[in-house]
Design a protein around this ligand. Structure first.
Ligand code: NAP
Length: 350
């Protein structure tokens, strides 16, 4: 996978922004070029759809072209309004990279295509650049639920069922509704099965990645397979929902190594986390509704790189601290969240 820049004619950025041509890009296995940073759009249950849509518009104005959306974020209609304005304002659709995701209660064979069409309608698009299976577990839990919430319909990973969902994802590509399909919250053993059986391979895998959760094994695995790693919670998601907090969690923004580097580079620790992610080879998708923050995040990938020594120092602060543990997706009594993540290298049996 190479990183390069592409010119984006006719879309000069605002004076305090960045020319999108100066934002690095990833070249996917298909040859498509994806901006190497995107704006997250999950409001963590407390940021309103309107505020997220305003951030999407503002981010496009300062040079973002990549937006990470999902139906479960509950704001695709509002984000779609912003995307329509962005295109009407002169940024061609082809210069945008838009992801959406299939939610866990829509894995059924009959649901995948209608659900994708719904996201397209809400986002005001006639195709998506990437459409992901958000989690490998079919279930339902209400928005804003607590960590104890469990779905009566929750199921483990059953490969035959996932494959049935994946066949519908492949159809979306055939239908021209989606350019690339991908996975999210997967593990190596699950991906091995999918790669064995997929007709259309996943182009990307979205996974939690920040200096305190570097997932070196999975990161290397997907890169070796030509799958682009997209890094969610790149700043350690400091404002994540209550259900995603435990007393053991650590905060990469407060890590003394990161803080010292931030001082040396005269930036916020967030910029160091983003530089590290982008230079390592993942595509960070930080969320922000604060214009100064989302601009700083974009600028972090386009100049003043970390040295090899700094990259190595950050490699040394991994705490294996998963923040988005997924407790609400557990499917039976007496389990712990580790059961979702196949930590001993085999898929947890039903
Ligand atoms: N596939 C999945 O299952 C999955 C799971 C989780 C997340 N995601 C995606 O990943 C995106 C990012 O994850 P996230 O939103 O949880 O966490 P994050 O990007 O690590 O952290 C976002 C938080 O950091 C703050 N922030 C952003 N830039 C900053 C800066 N320069 N300085 C100081 N603070 C800054 C933001 O506050 P301000 O708004 O005040 O700047 C926001 O509260 C999501 O929005 C979503 O699109 C995907």
């Amino acid at each position: 996978m190479t990183i390069s820049s592409i010119p984006v004619p006719g879309a000069a950025a605002m004076s305090d922004g960045l020319d999108p041509a100066d934002v690095p890009h990833r070249v996917l296995a298909s040859g498509a070029r994806m901006p190497a940073i995107g704006l997250g759009t999950f409001g963590s249950d407390h940021v309103t759809p309107k505020a997220v849509a305003a951030a999407v518009k503002g981010a496009a104005a300062v040079g973002y072209r990549h937006f990470d959306c999902a139906s479960v974020y509950g704001n695709e209609r509002e984000v779609g309004g912003a995307l329509r304005e962005i295109v009407a304002g002169g940024i061609p659709r082809e210069q945008l990279w838009i992801t959406s995701k299939l939610w866990n209660d829509k894995h059924g064979e009959a649901d995948v295509i209608p659900q994708c069409r719904q996201s397209l309608a809400d986002l005001g698009l006639d195709y998506l650049d990437t459409y992901l299976v958000h989690w490998p577990f079919p279930n339902f839990h209400p928005p804003g639920c607590t960590v104890e919430s469990r779905s009566a319909d929750a199921q483990p990973y059953i490969h035959e069922n996932y494959l049935r969902t994946w066949r519908q994802m492949e159809k979306l590509v055939e239908l021209g509704l989606v350019k690339h399909i991908g996975t999210s919250n997967m593990t190596i053993p699950k991906l091995r099965l999918l790669l064995r059986d997929a007709v259309v391979r996943p182009a990307v895998n979205e996974m939690e990645l920040h200096p305190h959760f570097q997932q070196p094994g999975l990161f290397q695995f997907v890169r070796d397979e030509g799958i682009e790693p997209i890094g969610f919670c790149p700043l350690g998601s400091p404002n994540r929902p209550e259900r995603d907090r435990t007393p053991e969690d650590t905060n990469p923004l407060e890590d003394p190594v990161i803080v010292a580097m931030a001082r040396a580079h005269r930036v916020h620790p967030a910029s160091i986390c983003i530089k590290w992610g982008a230079q390592r080879g993942q595509t960070p998708i930080p969320f922000s509704t604060n214009p100064a923050n989302y601009l700083a995040n974009l600028k972090a990938v386009s100049g003043d790189p970390l040295s090899d020594g700094e990259m190595q120092a950050i490699a040394g602060i991994d705490r294996n601290c998963r923040l988005i543990k997924g407790q609400v997706f557990l499917w039976k009594e007496g389990q712990s969240w580790e059961d979702l993540w196949d930590t001993d290298g085999v898929i947890t049996p039903p």
